[in-house]
Design a binder for this molecule. Sequence first.
Ligand SMILES: [Zn+2]
Length: 359
Amino acid sequence: MFSKDVSSSLQFLSEERNIKEYSTTATFIEIITKWFSLITSRYATLALGKNPANENSLQTYTKTVEFLESCIDLFCDMQIEKKEIFKPVQTGLMITTKSYIEITEYLITKRGFLYVLDNRARFSNDFVENLFSNVRKKFPTPNVLQFTNSLKWLTVSQYLQDLPNTNYDIDTGDLLADIIKRSKKDKVDKQYEMPVIHLEPETISFQLDNVQLNSLYHVCSYIISSINKNQKLCDSCLDSAGSKTYNSKVQYSRLVSLKRYREKTLFFVNEYTFKYFLDMYIIINRYLPHIKNMNCDILQFFIIKLKDIECNSIKSCHDLANKIKIRFIKYEMKINCRLGRLEKPVYNSKTMAMHSIIK
Ligand SMILES: [Zn+2]
């Protein structure tokens, strides 16, 4: 819950609906998010540290410590519920922050470390919580024997596979079993039959309000960044889809602009690219409710349905428009269909599905 996504969305809703309370909550969430990412930072760029040779880094260090001290003040003066009782969360946060500042100060100033990576240094007790939450999944209140048994199978299973539905981030280390994972390529016949939809949804019209259009704009930004991260693109095709410079005149880009930590970090699609997404969005959402539980290849279905939708302004050198299309269909499937629909084998017809069961 405490993330930049939540705080910027609340900030956006506060402006949209003119409710000031949302803005207060958003600011609080933003502070806690920043606090949490500092205390559990895994990367040198975020971690508390200073480089004596670099003036900028000294300033950042001082600012960060000031910020952490302001968190202590905030929780010290805070009143939770109407009764004026000091809550454990207040004490906890103040002790954690104070010790954190003192330890890093010691390590950096006295011992000469450049920065302190907090997650690796085990400031966070996520590891312990993670373990206990897994133990309690099997036995909510385990006795000694059950606990030691759980500990055994958890130790082994951590080597084999990450556990699904756990509350915590997966450790960033490599899992031994990754090496033996098989690739999940399913053989699907090349001939694709379109499933029969009894009620033709062509006529369904969509009225999206400003909030929905802003969220869609956010999805566009996310999808292009993710393609850029994972596949080969060049500057020229990226520039044709949008840019990292915020232009308040581009419609529906407000939410994304609120989400930025810094200038030029998030991607803003231009109006043509947005129109491209919107056209696909409408068709996908016309059909998806009818087709999502059918036994068919949904991805193929939409590739055919969307074949006439194009975006001429996007340069073709890296086939970006098509990459967007496939990525966007998969995204919508992930959001709207039951878990695993993307990975599960799909069959062209009932007969094929039957054959696979008989085998
Ligand atoms: Zn290109």
